[in-house]
Design a protein around this ligand. Structure first.
Ligand code: GTP
Ligand code: MG
Length: 296
């Protein structure tokens, strides 16, 4: 039963950089990890992809051949990849012993309303037997603006509904996100229980009262269900990266399922534990310490 992370998020949220950093950290922990680039529009990458969708199709080629703009061409590429999922499943089958990080494009429609990516994910699960957790990166620089935070929370909920996979929402680039000083404590943003309180801090001008009421009501609904929480992260901080991996592992039941399927004659118990439960050593206190380093 192979495992992996679908790394999604808006353009520039840090997906490719996260894949680079997470691949290094997981490999250092003894977990054999590779990156699969599923962004047909990506230029130069900060990692060497083991599998690359650009070997099948690129945004530039589609733009040239079909006279489409970059966004239309990207959607066309994802629809083409959906038709060719056999290619992807076969490529991945060569690396079934690896933990795979899928680096995805940033176009928001791919994880909100366009179904090609969702159907590709379903094919990987059904035909390839892949167990996948979605890691949704949101740029923490947006925290400074309360309405953007509510918007990010809704986007996170949207991807959770869309993919039907376990998911971890991440506030990326935390090393620079709090630079200008945040209006609330970091824990208020991460625990997903204070969204309506944060919304109430919006200005109470008569001209935007209805806008504030809408944001507060949305916040109340999100708080009530407690579905959207965030994990703070920076690729520059190995403890925070391991904390994200730990969350992703728990969401997938990775440790127990890896232990259950590891053939006793191939792996020793110690090897499996080293590659899985090491992330459990990142306690909440260690995360708090790491955040303090960034003034948060
Ligand atoms: N300070 C800081 N910068 C980061 C971090 N993660 C990413 N970046 C920077 O953010 C910028 C965008 O990162 P990318 O990894 O290219 O983002 P992306 O989400 O893959 O972007 P698209 O593929 O275009 O959607 C780059 O300049 C990165 O160096 C981080 O944790 N801290
Ligand atoms: Mg990228």
């Amino acid at each position: 039963m192979p495992f992996g992370q679908l790394v999604i998020g808006p353009p520039g949220a840090g997906k490719s950089t996260y894949c680079t950093g997470m691949c290094d950290i997981a490999n250092q922990m003894g977990r054999k990890t590779i990156v699969c680039n599923l962004d047909p529009g990506s230029g130069s990458l900060t990692y060497e992809p083991t599998i690359d969708v650009r070997d099948l199709v690129t945004v530039q080629d589609v733009q040239d051949e079909l006279d489409l703009g970059p966004n239309g061409a990207l959607l066309h590429c994802m629809e083409y990849l959906l038709e060719e999922t056999d290619w992807l499943v076969a490529e991945l089958a060569k690396h079934e012993d690896c933990y795979v990080l899928f680096d995805l494009p940033g176009q928001v429609e791919l994880f909100s309303c366009h179904t090609a990516l969702r159907d590709i994910v379903r094919a990987l699960q059904k035909d390839g037997g892949w167990e996948l957790v979605t890691v949704h990166l949101c740029d923490s620089c947006l925290l400074i603006d309360t309405s953007k935070y509510i918007s990010m929370a809704l986007l996170s909920l949207s991807q959770m509904c869309m993919f039907e996979t376990p998911s971890v929402n991440v506030l990326s680039k935390i090393d620079i996100g709090g630079r200008e000083g945040l209006p609330f404590n970091m824990s208020d943003y991460t625990d997903g229980l204070h969204i309506h309180t944060i919304a109430e801090s919006l200005p109470s001008l008569p001209s935007i009262q209805r806008f504030k009421t809408l944001n507060t009501s949305v916040g109340e609904i999100l708080d009530t269900f407690g579905l959207v929480s965030f994990c703070p992260c920076s690729v520059t901080d190995s403890k925070l990266m391991k904390a994200v991996l730990s969350r992703a592992d728990r969401a997938l039941g990775y440790t127990m399922r890896t232990l259950a399927q590891a053939p006793a004659d191939q792996y020793s118990l110690d090897e499996v534990l080293a590659a899985t439960s090491d992330t459990g050593a990142v306690s909440d206190d260690m995360v708090q310490d790491a955040l303090r380093n960034y003034g948060l």
